[in-house]
Write a new protein. Structure first.
Length: 634
């Protein structure tokens, strides 16, 4: 639970500010009501009555104002009051002539004079209200010291102390064993610093957790808070940034001042890239930019917070390390970077076991099988997978989560929700069926593309009218040129099937063409897999975990750009011809499986594997395979 600084007298206690504010409000109300009650009550008559009395010679004097006339009747005329008020039109140009002709003495109405009490209240009430409001804001300020109206410069970090830290331990984090080892060392240094200082070792000032989104960086920081037993300050980088220049740097100073007072402690800054973006990009080229001032203050504090003997360790997390300012990453600041990557198969199994404790599983379910089907999933993806499987089981009325629920959950995460309400015509359904079977048959002969687990023509997601589910059989970190070419052929298998069967093409292959083109472009520009262009990198891609990021490409001559376009086209066209050759060789199987898919809408399991085992290679592929075996060293 975060530490909160509260008034020791309780939230309902009264102070001088409340009393002054109450007195000021009472005096203001009295000032408004008192003249109405105590002043003389002058009768009011319509303007027509005033004109009639003037013309009858009954009016002695008249004082003309903007919106009213105060007049006095002559002596001897029956009236209960000596003065009468009458409303007057704004533009009555004949009024002076009428008064003069009837010998009525008239003049402008003198300004109304207030009494001494009203004047005194006019001087007292505004200061009283100001003091009361100031005290009210001061009471709302957390921790005292600075008035509440100036709290904008105070740190918004949540503070956890021993016993109040989040209930997360290192045992609750799996799949990132290397990162845990580094952070365990940080915790041990905070608990037993003499173990390291006795031999002259110093713990790093800053530890930067780097990795793709959803891999557990924030969860690891919470685990450190749970294990360390020291105060833990947690804040997001975006909470430093405000509209006014200087607020962010003020919050940084306040954060480290609080941390020094509770040393030893840990400061965790999530989404560090929000304030740590490189000053050489995005317009941060000097001046008084708020983000730059905040970054400069952070650098200064990290250089100086150990000079006075305090122990403050700064943890930070980001999924965009390539845009961070180099000054942050130099030794002495964030000098240790811990990679929190996507888990491997054993790591995914361990993560699934942690999340599966919260649901009721079927006793026969094997999480190792589920881990094998989720290659590339992050920890957040796996948590979502377990929850989706539990929701599916509950929706079906089952008391246990089965393997079928996990299989359906995987498809939901990968391909999206089923859209059975999207009804296709018979012609479109037939085209989709041949398209998906074309993907599957080419994929059966393509190394490195994964195992085909399911073919479906049930629409899913935003635009998928059908899909072919391929599950990697193992974690892959390197891909050969032949495997990439085979993957491009699989992507073009659907379009090739449409060409062979219908002698036409549709818009259904738009996404396949885009992915195939991007893969071929990477082969040429990034991986140096072009024999004509050679082993050169024509595009320097950033080290972003988001699958793209900022690409700083080198300038290309028109001739080189033309060669790159030609090589990309040749790679894609070669894969296209391979897909057509495979499907023509297996046309009978293509038609048989497509008709079966039109009847059942989904093909999977043993029947699908038996069908894919019958796919035969074209003669040229057999010759290439034999020549490759002949060239292999003995």
């Amino acid at each position: 639970m975060p530490i909160r600084n509260e008034d020791p007298k309780g939230p309902r206690s009264w102070n001088i500010g409340n009393i002054l504010l109450l007195i000021g409000a009472g005096l203001l109300i009295f000032n408004l009501v008192f003249p109405l009650v105590s002043g003389p009550q002058i009768p009011q008559v319509p303007y027509s009555m005033f004109v009639h009395q003037v013309k009858s010679g009954k009016v002695e004097k008249a004082y003309v104002g903007q919106d009213q006339i105060r007049y006095k009747l002559k002596d001897g005329i029956e009236s209960k009051d000596s003065e009468v008020l009458a409303t007057t039109p704004i533009f009555d140009l004949e009024l002076p002539k009428m008064l003069e002709s009837n010998k009525v003495e008239f003049a402008a109405q003198p300004p109304q004079r207030g009494n001494w009490f009203t004047t005194l209240l006019g001087w007292i009430i505004p200061p009283v209200i100001f003091v009361g409001i100031f005290q009210l804001f001061a009471r709302r300020g957390a921790g005292g010291g600075m008035p509440g109206g100036l709290q904008i410069g105070r740190s918004k970090a949540k503070v956890y102390v021993e016993g109040d830290a989040p209930g997360i331990r290192f045992d609750d984090v799996a799949g990132v064993d290397e990162a845990k080892t580094e952070l365990v060392e940080v915790v041990e240094f905070l608990k037993t610093p003499e173990k390291y200082t006795s031999i002259g070792a110093q713990i790093p000032k800053g530890v930067l957790l780097v990795g793709p989104p959803g891999t557990g960086k924030t969860l690891l920081a919470k685990a450190v808070a749970g294990e360390a037993g020291v105060p833990f300050f947690s804040i997001s980088g975006s909470e430093f940034i405000e509209l006014f220049v200087g607020v962010g740097s003020s919050r940084v100073r306040d954060l480290f001042e609080q941390a020094k007072k509770q040393s030893p402690c840990i400061v965790f800054i999530d989404e560090l890239d929000a304030i740590g973006k490189s000053r050489a990009s995005g317009g941060m080229l000097g001046g008084n930019d708020e983000r730059e001032q905040t970054l400069n203050q952070l650098l200064t504090e990290m250089d100086g917070f150990t000079d006075d003997g305090t122990t403050v360790i700064v943890l930070a997390a980001t999924n965009r390390p390539e845009i961070l300012d180099p000054a942050l990453l130099r030794p002495g600041r964030f000098d240790r970077q811990v990679l929190v990557d996507r888990p491997d198969k054993s790591g995914r199994e361990a993560i699934l076991k942690i999340h599966a404790k919260k649901v009721t599983l079927d006793p026969e379910i094997d999480l190792k099988v589920v881990a094998g089907r989720t290659s590339g999933f992050s920890g957040a993806d796996l948590a979502n997978l377990v929850n989706e499987a539990a929701l599916l089981a509950a929706r079906a009325g089952r008391k246990n989560v089965t393997l079928a629920d996990f299989s359906e959950a995987v498809e939901r995460v990968v391909a999206g929700l089923e859209k059975k309400s999207r009804v296709l015509s018979d012609k479109e359904k037939k085209i989709v069926a041949y398209h998906e079977v074309g993907h599957a048959l080419v994929g059966a002969l393509s190394p490195g593309s994964g195992r085909v687990e399911k073919i479906s023509i049930v629409p899913r997601g935003m635009a998928a009218l059908g899909y072919t589910l391929q599950i990697p059989t193992e974690d892959r970190f390197l891909m050969s040129k032949e495997e990439l070419q085979a993957q491009i052929a699989v992507l073009l298998g659907g379009r090739s099937a449409e060409e062979i069967i219908f002698n036409s093409i549709t818009t259904g292959a738009a996404n396949d063409l885009q992915r195939a083109t991007e893969m071929a472009q990477q082969m040429v520009t990034n991986y140096g897999m072009s024999e004509i262009l050679g082993p050169l990198a024509y595009q320097q891609q950033s080290n972003s975990f988001l699958g793209g990021g900022n690409n700083t490409g080198r300038e290309l001559s028109p001739a080189t750009a033309q060669l790159i376009d030609k090589e990309i086209k040749d790679i894609v066209e070669s894969a296209h011809q391979s897909a057509i050759a495979i499907l023509r060789e297996n046309r009978e199987l293509l038609e048989t499986v497509s008709e079966k898919l039109l009847e059942d809408e989904v093909i999977e399991g043993e029947f699908l594997q038996e069908v894919l085992a019958k796919v035969s290679k074209p003669e040229f592929m057999e010759q290439n395979a034999n020549s490759d075996r002949h060239l292999q060293p003995t």
